[in-house]
Design a protein around this ligand. Structure first.
Ligand code: DAH
Length: 336
């Protein structure tokens, strides 16, 4: 009998639970009417007199252990319940106010500048088809210039792709409108270029398009010069011959940034000049693709990457910052 009580004592000491029902079952098993303790007390009568003292003490120790254990576990669960319950009187966490993303700030500023000279904003889908992203822009299938833009296609349908530039909006807009057309199309574009950790497969562009009678290269240059003066406070620009399938002639625009600081030296690689966009006179083949009379109308187009402009304006050195969503970074650019 002594051995059995020792075993039960060990069992009581071992027992633990944070579940209210289990703790109650424990109590019933030991202290209930038909519980172990009553059973043992009944057996106690049969114990020989000379052992009564020793066995009696053991039984009391067991009874004590059961009671202590029960109280202990009951209190523990009660206190966890209090902790788990929501304290409705506690003050809430203050909501952190968001800010506009620097990409959107700069995008809005660029739109504002072009709106002031008569440009409207036009939108287009990010999921495009081959015609609007390439073919109609004078980039037929197998044209080597398609390699300039590493494209995300969909395996099951090569006609569905993520637009590689916002030039696709030119086609969509011109299919619906006759000149004069003066639009700006900002938006996200996608290229399969995330091979290096510095490049990102999503970035933002702004496209400009102006089609009317007698639009000349001089109009293009003057408009861009107006733009760089408004945005950067810099009016000295140069145009270098370049190639885009949808414009002829084509040019890259550099703005003279100056060499007034070490940063200027670094970002212009010691030249003072910074490339900011591609542009040119809309190729008559593009106008023909959207049924616009290329003998009557001419126009210019330009396209720029927004991230690059933001980095120049805010002197940011790492493009990855735009996508990290670090509020400490975003908070620094509340307005422009
Ligand atoms: N779509 C070109 C690109 O993503 C940028 C561009 C260049 C747009 C010249 C134009 C343009 O409209 O005339 O690289």
């Amino acid at each position: 009998m002594l051995e059995k009580i020792d075993e039960l004592l060990a069992e009581v000491n071992r027992f633990t639970s944070s579940n209210k029902d289990e703790i109650e079952q424990f109590r019933i098993r030991f202290s209930g009417k038909k519980g172990i303790l009553n059973d043992i007390f009944a057996q106690f009568k049969e114990v020989a007199n000379e052992h009564k003292k020793e066995v009696g003490q053991k039984i009391n120790a067991l009874k004590q252990a059961v009671e202590t254990k029960f109280e202990e576990l009951k209190n523990a669960t009660a206190s966890t319940i209090i902790v788990e319950k929501e304290d409705l009187t506690r003050p809430g966490f203050p909501a952190a106010l968001g800010t506009r993303h620097p990409i959107n700030l700069v995008k809005n500023r660029i739109i504002e500048i072009f709106k002031s000279i008569g440009f409207a904003v036009a939108d287009g889908p990010e999921i495009e088809d081959d015609w609007h992203n390439f073919t109609a822009l004078n980039l037929p299938e197998y044209h080597p210039a398609r390699d300039m833009q590493d494209t995300f296609f969909i395996e099951t349908n090569p006609d569905v792709l993520l637009r590689t530039h916002t030039s696709s909006v030119q086609i969509r807009y011109l299919e619906q409108h006759q000149p004069p057309v003066r639009i700006l199309s900002p938006g996200r574009v996608f290229r399969n270029e995330a091979i290096s950790s510095r490049s990102h497969c999503i970035f933002h562009q702004i496209e400009g398009l102006y089609i009317d009678e007698n639009v000349s290269f001089a109009d293009l240059k003057q408009t861009i010069q107006f733009f760089t003066t408004e945005l950067f406070g810099k009016s000295k620009i140069r145009m270098r011959p370049s190639y885009f399938p949808f414009t002829e002639p084509s040019a890259e625009v550099d703005v003279y940034w100056g060499l007034n600081s070490e940063t200027d030296y670094r970002i212009t690689k010691g030249t003072g000049w910074l490339e900011i966009m591609g542009c040119g006179m809309v190729d008559p083949a593009v106008l023909k693709n959207v049924n616009i009379d290329a003998d009557k109308y001419s126009g210019y187009a330009f396209g720029m990457g927004i991230e690059r402009i933001v980095m120049l304006l805010y002197q940011m050195s790492d493009i990855r910052m735009f996508f990290e969503n670090d509020k400490r970074m975003l908070d620094q650019f509340v307005s422009l």
